[in-house]
Design a protein around this ligand. Structure first.
Ligand code: CA
Length: 410
């Protein structure tokens, strides 16, 4: 008995101290992979305590033996926090996203109306979320942007100190989805952060809010657009969405009241202080609580944000995100641009000129994506390369001056 104990102690010492030393002599990569495999064994045991069957675990983790370095790279960059408001808006709230939203509204009218009756969320808001989350499903057609959810979350759980706990619990939820038989493992794909389907739900939110509105027996946010839309509406409803109310109003603020940014009062009392809606529009008389906000700083547009603005932040906890959804929804519904434009370092180019710019960059061999006038990270990277070639400061900005120089060069 004692001898057996001693033997297993020696084995443990070899396994925990000597073996990793040996592995570290092989190569840092192999060492990292060995660390991952150890994490995987520990996680297997943990998942079984959480009710995951061994067969589910094995199915999910088949072929996953090392972390995904790209996931860690992507985890370092989040546009909601890095980009200025004007830049964030340019690539998300534009002619293309508004027009496509209006087309999709006709196409899905029957479902959108049913969703509004069941959940109290208007079609425009659902369409704006769909646009923001997956560009109306376009992102689902680019296999490169779809990763194994199990591998992405395992990578974060293993190697991202800040997201470790989050990723572990999401991974358990992902395994529960698989175990429920709603979808197969090859379908369990999505963003680096574990968001899945047309309306980008993380596994725990899918489990909490998933809907099967087309009644085929599956809550299928990957393949059923009605299910994905209903799931988004359900998240908003369950977080306190107020049916029939808007998200906020663009307002004009008297100088004396500007210092009250961030304060909450009801609409009537803001109106008494002299705050007015822009362009002569009127507030409905209301005791609804509203927060005064300047999302782009005091030189930018001002808003009174209502409860629904903060419900939108339950989808993605960012003021930029909630404002973009709200404003895009209004424009899909036929409203115009903001009256007080978001401050930007140069005037915005009209759509035709943004397309011209992309064509000129393509002719220089610097840009190979769509000529859609949508200035996103791909176009900005091409602009930066062109600016370096031309000996300019590489800002990545599509300013009128830069376009003029490109024209001269061609
Ligand atoms: Ca379904």
């Amino acid at each position: 008995m004692k001898r057996r104990l001693l033997r297993s102690l020696i084995l443990i010492v070899i396994a925990t101290i000597v073996a990793p030393l040996f592995v570290s002599l092989v190569s840092p990569q192999a060492y990292a992979d060995a660390g991952f495999r150890k994490w995987k064994r520990d996680f297997a045991a943990y998942s079984q305590r959480k009710g995951i069957r061994k067969s589910t675990f094995n199915k999910a983790f088949r072929g996953i033996d090392k972390p995904d370095p790209e996931v860690l790279e992507l985890a370092r960059y989040q546009p909601e926090f890095r980009q200025k408001l004007w830049m964030y808006f340019d690539s998300r709230v534009n002619e293309t996203s508004v027009e496509r939203g209006q087309q999709e509204k006709k196409k899905w009218a029957r479902w959108l109306n049913l969703i509004e009756r069941q959940y109290g969320v208007s079609p425009n808001i659902i369409l704006a979320i769909w646009s923001m989350e997956s560009t109306y499903g376009e992102a689902m057609k680019r296999p490169r942007s779809l990763r194994s959810i199990v591998r992405s979350l395992s990578t974060l759980a293993y190697a991202d100190r800040r997201r470790r706990k989050f990723a572990r619990s999401q991974l358990i939820s992902a395994l529960k989805i698989l175990q429920s038989g709603q979808i197969g493992v090859d379908q369990l794909r999505g963003s680096w952060a574990g968001a899945m389907g047309h309306t980008q739900f993380i596994p725990s939110s899918y489990l909490a809010f998933g809907q099967d509105i087309d009644k085929d027996g599956k809550k299928d946010i990957w393949n059923s657009i009605p299910d994905a839309m209903a799931t988004a509406a359900n998240l908003l409803k369950r977080n306190g969405w107020r049916p029939g109310r808007t998200w906020g109003y663009e307002v004009r603020v008297p100088k004396s009241v500007r210092s009250q940014a961030g304060k909450t009062r009801n609409l009537n009392s803001w109106a008494k202080l002299g705050i007015k809606r822009v362009a002569g529009r009127k507030f409905p008389p209301s005791n609804d609580r509203a927060v005064l906000m300047f999302p782009a700083g005091k030189s930018g547009p001002a808003f009174l944000m209502l409860r629904n603005f903060f419900v939108l932040k339950r989808y993605n906890n960012s003021n930029k995100y909630a404002l973009a959804v709200g404003h895009l929804a209004d424009q899909i519904g036929g409203a115009g641009e903001l009256i007080h434009a978001i401050p930007r370092p140069y005037p915005k180019l009209p759509l035709a000129q943004r397309k011209e710019l992309q064509r000129l960059l393509r002719a220089m061999g610097l840009y190979d994506k769509d000529i859609d006038g949508n200035i996103g990270s791909g176009t900005r990277a091409a602009i930066r390369r062109a600016q370096i070639q031309m000996g300019l400061n590489p800002t990545g900005f599509e300013s009128p001056g830069f376009l003029a120089r490109l024209r001269k060069r061609s």
